[in-house]
Design a binder for this molecule. Structure first.
Ligand code: PMP
Length: 368
């Protein structure tokens, strides 16, 4: 006989709103140019593509410790590989950080307008997600420190931030860290860190090297153009790395992922090219948006590979979203993250960004 009710999920799991990924199809099912998931429009390094093409069958499990990949990451960044752990995307590592250090009744703190996974990561382990008020769509260090309570166990900050592109400079990151109790884990998520220009470093890796309570996460999904391979990494004190190693999947980075990531790391010219393409495209697109300021369109200053465009005039974000889909583009609308008045647009090719700017201008001028 079958049960009427079936198993009951834990109430804190029931409370989770599943992550909504950026998609590439329009409402009518049409395939669109995808500028909704902050992927690299240049793809990945040709060397990484070649390495991927050469991967043989998946009959064998991967190296469970991603030994060569960790060595290559360590060499590039000057980090002891013993202080590095790789993950199935940095998503896995963010979740493991929450799971390792927070549980029922504990608080996990992050700024308003943060990466959606932080809320899910907190709820997954029964902890309470707590949002600190933002300042101009970015993290506000004073508000963050004021929101710390004796129950705070983990603090997440993405720098640059998703979905807003805002950046917390090195002195502000240091001030936030210095103000946190020593037994609170500070997770600095640098998924977009490689998009910063040389000299713009937020000091995260140095903090993680010096302090027992700082974990920095990075990914191969963004500038390295390997989102489909699902590889991220984290660095911090060996005790933190040991915690994540205890609870991660035993073979969490695939054979192809390890091979591709190593080839990608070795091609820093591609990274440089991607950084330059993004910086130029971002500046050009932001400028185009700002010329529509008199129509109520504004760009939040971004240091990532996307721009958050605010619609504060007659043209609504919904209408702009529909017009862009009509023109063949998928961008990100985030009403679930309380940004119904904004679109997050990944920087694509120069032609695509010029076309998007033209659509926004046409729609803004037509709106009354
Ligand atoms: N952190 C931030 C801030 C992100 O925007 C993303 C990707 N959307 C991630 C982490 C996760 O990336 P991945 O799991 O592909 O490494």
């Amino acid at each position: 006989m079958t049960s009427e009710t079936g198993p009951t999920a834990k109430p804190w799991i029931e409370a989770i709103h599943a992550y909504v990924p950026g998609r590439a199809t329009g409402a009518d099912g049409r395939k669109l140019i995808k500028l909704s998931a902050n992927e690299n429009p240049l793809g990945c390094s040709p060397a990484a593509a070649e390495a991927l093409a050469g991967v043989s069958t998946g009959a064998r499990y991967p190296d469970p410790d991603a030994t060569q990949l960790r060595a290559a990451i360590g060499e590039l960044h000057g980090i002891d590989p013993a202080r590095i752990v790789c993950g199935t995307g940095s998503d896995e590592l963010l979740n493991l950080a929450a799971q390792g250090y927070a549980g029922p009744g504990d608080e996990v703190l992050f700024p308003r307008y943060s990466f959606a996974v932080y809320d899910i990561a907190a709820r997954r382990c029964g902890a309470v997600p707590v949002e600190a008020p933002d300042r101009d769509y970015g993290a506000d260090v004073d508000a963050m420190l004021a929101a710390v309570t004796p129950s705070t166990r983990v603090v997440f900050v993405a720098n640059p931030n998703n979905p807003t592109g805002t950046f917390l400079p090195v002195d502000e990151v240091a001030r936030l860290h210095a103000g946190l109790p020593r037994d609170v884990l500070f997770v600095l998520d640098q998924a977009y860190g490689e998009y910063l220009q040389p000299g713009e470093d937020d000091g995260g890796l140095a903090l993680a090297a010096r302090h027992d309570n700082v974990l920095v996460t990075r990914t191969f999904s963004k500038i390295y153009g390997l989102a489909g391979e699902r590889i991220g990494w984290a660095t911090g004190a060996t005790a933190l790395i040991a915690t994540l190693n205890r609870i991660r999947g035993p073979f969490n980075v695939t054979v192809s992922g390890q091979v591709a990531a190593r080839a990608a790391l070795a091609d820093q010219d591609f990274v440089e090219r991607s950084r330059r393409h993004n910086a130029e495209g971002l500046a050009r697109f932001a400028e185009a948006v700002e010329t529509l300021g008199n129509r109520g369109l504004h760009a939040v200053p971004s240091k990532a590979n996307f721009l958050l465009v605010l619609f504060e005039g007659a043209l609504s974000a919904e209408r702009a979203l529909a017009a862009l889909a009509e023109a063949g583009y998928a961008v990100r609308h985030l009403p679930g993250q309380r940004l119904p008045h904004a679109l997050r647009i990944t920087i694509g090719s120069t032609e695509d960004m010029d076309e998007i700017a033209a659509v926004l201008r046409r729609e803004a001028e037509a709106a009354v």
